[in-house]
Design a protein around this ligand. Structure first.
Ligand SMILES: CCCCCCCCCC/C=C\CCC/C=C/C(=O)SCCNC(=O)CCNC(=O)[C@H](O)C(C)(C)COP(=O)(O)OP(=O)(O)OC[C@H]1O[C@@H](n2cnc3c(N)ncnc32)[C@H](O)[C@@H]1OP(=O)(O)O
Ligand SMILES: Cc1cc2nc3c(=O)[nH]c(=O)nc-3n(C[C@H](O)[C@H](O)[C@H](O)COP(=O)(O)OP(=O)(O)OC[C@H]3O[C@@H](n4cnc5c(N)ncnc54)[C@H](O)[C@@H]3O)c2cc1C
Length: 662
């Protein structure tokens, strides 16, 4: 696999006992044999290209030099791959973004990411054919480099509260953009700092002195030749963050900036020359770019989690610590049940999120196809599902990654373990593209509406089943546990409805009642999201074509994840699903048994994720298991180790202190 000569003997032993076809799992994750080949070709191309390597480890560079180093590689990468004779013919842009193959070379974040993830998709989904004809060629050839500028310093979640205005002036047939206060400054858009020359700006549209709500506008920010900001535009970078430090997140303010009328993206709503406003079929059509990224995040988070699990599992195989049996040599830490409890639920979750990501991606495509024909009926279900899965996958993955870091002890705290970076990426997904709490409340709103109105999409259809709470569950297996999650979700929804009605009877205003019910509402939404993942997992195993060994492994992982969630939230199941203490004891025993079973193939399973060393980027998780030598090699790269004494600081600070006789 890595071509390395050395292979740690513990890993070698595990690998010699593999009882399933690893390639089958690799193909499953990639989406088929062809996709595996495409990915491997692309990774090979990136790894072998000397120009895409860093001359100095990026960790030791200044903030500005890091940005410059990543931008150099990002530009080079897109330039090289735009010419198929340079590399693999089939290159999906998403594969180059975030944790895809592009992460091999762009570790701290791609300054061009927002151009591809949100700017181009916005042009494609919100422009008229004429607008597309004018702008898409320039945007795809990167003459126009754009971002998605929505969030403001004072307003992120509450879009109706955005302050930036775009006021139509029928005399010149222009919109005038204005940031009325410091809190109205756009704050956060990726690439906005120094990279982009255009942006899709979300602003409150005013025409005939009436506010028509937020709308997307294409705004030129910088001169196409000199890259200098245009008059009235104030733009810059927001500074260092927990992660994504080379994504170049920026700020943007407008002072009476005029743009032509047809820079309003007019596919869904229009302003005519005389200022007449034409409404969209739904005001939420303008939120499409956010929905797209929420859908992508579920897949992306699964990629990150696979990396973290691979690192922790391989390290747990080579790390020996303490005493399991008195007098025996130190065992592999992978043999401690407490360690397995840290590793295997996230291992199982990578598959659950993978299947759920496929499901929501298919729904996204069906909904987009419908919207193209004027059929909006899938929009509420897509909104509910994308919010639920984005929030669940990012929050669970953040918690899991932290536990996986802890599972590697002190070495997991090193930057060269790659845990800090992985954590910074997954936790960011809890906030961007809709803060998770807020998304949970959106899901809850959909669930309540479905339960009360007896209408809703496929993902919530179970809430309309009048027998849901009466079904007696005798056997606890993957199917019946999935049903229990439905009952918990419905139980919380009913409880929240009762609370809302009670508050209403007490004379409380609906919005206050909603606020007072938030905790139950969120718990219901979370149980619903777990149900969706469980259902996708169970159905994908039933419907997929697998060899017997792989089917067995997938069933065991599914059972482990569902049991783990049930045990973790057992109180909910006592309250809403008639779970008995006896059933819980049995489930706990089953869980322990599954940990032991998964232990036998865990190393081979993470190998089958097929994450090459350059993508894993972790001294602890390398394929050869040579963790200690690699730790040492990394330490030797520290600039402080270049000389035996750090002369400058010693002479300036330490020596005077030592001589001062305090
Ligand atoms: C493996 C390779 C993968 C590679 C790809 C990698 C991608 C990921 C990595 C990228 C890395 C970094 C990129 C980061 C980029 C980040 C960008 C951003 O963060 S952009 C800014 C995002 N901002 C938000 O998300 C704001 C959140 N707020 C909202 O969405 C809204 O304000 C909301 C929904 C909270 C409320 O909206 P509003 O106030 O207008 O609505 P109401 O609450 O009154 O609800 C009204 C009604 O509308 C329904 N609704 C709301 N939204 C939608 C929607 N999108 N679609 C359909 N329906 C919607 C809502 O349910 C209500 O319905 P009703 O029937 O009336 O109850
Ligand atoms: C890495 C990163 C990249 C980003 N990239 C972009 C980008 O490219 N373009 C862009 O426009 N934006 C971007 N953003 C901004 C991002 O979309 C917002 O930060 C996000 O939508 C949350 O909004 P906020 O920061 O205003 O948080 P707030 O909404 O102020 O949240 C603060 C707290 O208030 C709580 N809260 C808010 N409303 C409610 C409510 N109704 N009920 C209960 N609790 C509530 C939240 O749960 C949270 O705990 C990015 C952010 C990050 C971190």
């Amino acid at each position: 696999m890595s071509g390395a000569v050395y292979e740690n003997p513990d890993l070698k032993r595990e690998r010699s006992q593999c009882l399933f076809d690893k390639e089958e799992i690799t193909n499953l994750i990639d989406g088929g044999k062809e996709k595996t080949k495409e990915r491997r070709d692309l990774e090979e191309f990136i790894v072998c290209d000397e120009d895409l390597k860093d001359s100095v480890p990026i960790e030791y560079l200044s903030h500005a030099d890091k940005y410059s180093a990543e931008l150099r590689k990002a530009c080079l990468l897109f330039k090289k791959l735009s010419n198929p004779s340079n590399g693999p013919a089939e290159v999906s842009t998403v594969a180059l973004l975030s944790t895809g193959a592009g992460a091999i070379t762009l570790k701290e974040g791609n300054p061009l990411a927002l151009h591809y993830i949100m700017f181009l998709p916005s042009l494609m989904s919100m422009c008229t054919p004429e607008q597309q004809e004018k702008w898409l060629p320039k945007a795809t050839s990167l003459q126009m480099i754009g971002t998605y500028a929505q969030t403001e310093m004072g307003h992120g979640t509450f879009l109706r509260g955005l302050e930036t205005t775009a006021t139509y002036d029928p005399t010149t047939k222009e919109f005038i953009l204005e940031s009325p206060s410091i809190t109205a400054y756009k704050w956060w858009p990726g690439g906005l700092g120094q990279t982009t020359n255009y942006a899709i700006v979300m602003a409150q549209l005013f025409t005939h002195e009436k506010c028509e709500g937020i709308h997307p506008f294409l705004v030129q920010l910088r001169d196409e030749e000199t890259h200098e900001p245009l008059p009235g535009i104030s733009v810059g970078e927001i500074g260092p963050k927990l992660g994504f430090n080379t994504v170049n997140n920026g700020y943007l303010g407008f002072e009476k900036v005029r743009i032509p009328r047809d820079h309003l993206l007019m596919k869904h709503s229009q302003v005519l020359e005389d200022g007449t406003y034409i409404k969209p079929a739904s005001t939420k059509l303008g939120y499409g770019a956010m929905v797209f990224v929420r859908v992508l995040v579920v897949r992306d988070v699964a990629v990150q989690l696979r990396k973290a699990v691979t690192i922790a599992t391989r390290y747990s195989c080579v790390r020996h610590q303490s005493e399991l049996k008195p007098g025996d040599p130190e065992p592999q830490i992978l043999d401690y049940v407490a360690q397995q409890n840290k590793l295997f639920p996230p291992l199982a979750a990578t598959f659950g999120f993978h299947f759920a990501a496929n499901y929501v991606w298919d729904l996204y495509n069906s909904a987009r196809e419908g919207i193209g024909k004027g059929d909006l009926h899938l929009m509420p279900d897509l909104h509910g599902l994308s919010c639920a899965l984005k929030a669940l996958s990012s929050s669970e993955a953040s918690n899991f990654v932290e536990v996986l870091r802890q599972s590697c002890g002190g070495h997991g705290y090193m930057v060269c373990s790659n845990f800090p970076r992985i954590y910074s990426l997954v936790t960011a997904a809890e906030t961007y593209e809709g803060e998770n709490t807020v998304l949970w409340l959106q899901v809850a709103k959909y669930l309540i509406k479905t339960r009360m109105d007896k209408s809703g999409g496929k993902s919530v259809a179970y809430l309309i089943d009048s027998n849901l709470m009466n079904n007696k569950i005798v056997d606890l297996n993957n199917d019946s546990i999935t049903n229990l999650f439905q009952r918990v979700a419905a139980g919380y929804v009913d409880l929240a409805i009762k609370k809302l009605e009670g508050y209403n009877r007490q004379g409380m205003a609906p919005h206050d009642a909603w606020n007072h019910s938030a905790i139950h509402l969120i718990k219901g939404a979370q149980a619903h999201a777990r149900y969706v993942v469980a259902d996708c997992f169970v159905r994908s195993i039933k419907e997929g074509k697998f060899s017997d060994p792989v089917r067995l492994i997938l069933n065991q992982l599914c059972e482990l994840l569902l049991t783990y969630w049930l045990v973790e939230h057992s109180g909910d199941f006592f309250m809403f699903a008639d779970l008995s203490a006896n059933q819980l004891f049995k489930l706990q025993s089953k869980y322990m048994e599954l940990l032991g079973t998964i232990r036998t193939y865990a190393v081979n399973l993470v190998d089958s994720f097929d994450i090459r060393d350059e993508a894993l980027d972790s001294v602890l998780g390398c394929w050869d298991g040579n963790a200690y030598q690699r730790l040492f090699d990394e330490a030797s790269k520290s600039p402080l180790n270049k000389t035996s004494v750090h002369r400058e600081s010693f002479e300036k600070y330490l020596k005077p202190l030592m001589k001062s006789n305090l």
